[in-house]
Design a protein. Structure first.
Length: 187
């Protein structure tokens, strides 16, 4: 079991051109990471293999976001999210993450892949406030309360979750085409 670092209030910045790729089994255990993953997190490739992807979990991340990601993946739907992660040093970094799934020859789910890039401060500042509120809701009423908070937040903006993300990121085109390339590599 990999050790959990002490979380520091220190941000790791990295080039927007660096794409972080990882692949897991259906339980979220890491099967593959690219070199950028190791460079940015500070973990060695061998250290990560077989570990749960939650090794990067940051306490500022609402459980409800991961609940949504897993629910979408098992429903066979690609999903995106803004994620704050902890590196081995304890420093944090924000990513815009695209998740997809791969299937075996029988059409059954086999692996999940994430494709992440640096999230700009304009995106993370807003999302951090939303996540703080979701975490407060979680403390009071669990994931359900947190999801309900998100639902009201989106309703007020008259947006779906995907529209909200697209609006924040405004680069969905680049994203999706790169994601397709990655999916080809892993299929
Ligand atoms: C392909 C893939 C990539 C993931 N990437 C991350 C990640 O970067 N950070 C993270 O905290 N969780 C990530 N997760 C979700 C984790 O598996 C886990 O659900 C999450 O960290 C919450 O863990 P916990 O419920 O054990 O606290 C990923 C899952 C998958 C399938």
């Amino acid at each position: 079991m990999i050790y959990r670092p002490i979380v520091l209030d220190e941000e790791i910045g990295f080039s927007k051109k660096k794409f972080i790729v990882s692949k897991t089994d259906l339980e979220g255990n890491i099967l593959f990471v690219n070199q950028n993953f190791c460079d940015i997190t500070g973990y060695e490739y061998e250290e990560l293999m077989g570990q749960s992807h939650s090794v990067l979990r940051h306490p500022d991340m609402p459980e409800a976001i991961f609940y949504m990601i897993w629910k979408s993946l098992f429903a066979g739907m690609e999903v995106s999210a803004i994620i704050k992660n902890v590196a081995k040093s304890g420093a944090y970094y924000w990513v815009i993450a695209d998740f997809s799934m791969q299937r075996n020859n029988y059409g059954e789910l086999e692996t999940f892949t994430s494709f992440k890039r640096a999230a700009p401060a304009t995106v993370t500042e807003e999302v951090a406030l939303l996540y703080q509120e979701m975490i407060s809701s979680e403390r009071r009423g669990g994931v359900e309360a947190s999801l309900q908070y998100l639902e009201i937040f989106l309703e007020e903006r008259q947006m779906s979750y995907n529209e909200y993300l697209e609006d924040l990121v405004k680069a969905k085109g680049i994203f999706s085409s790169l994601l397709k390339k990655v999916n080809k590599v892993f299929s």
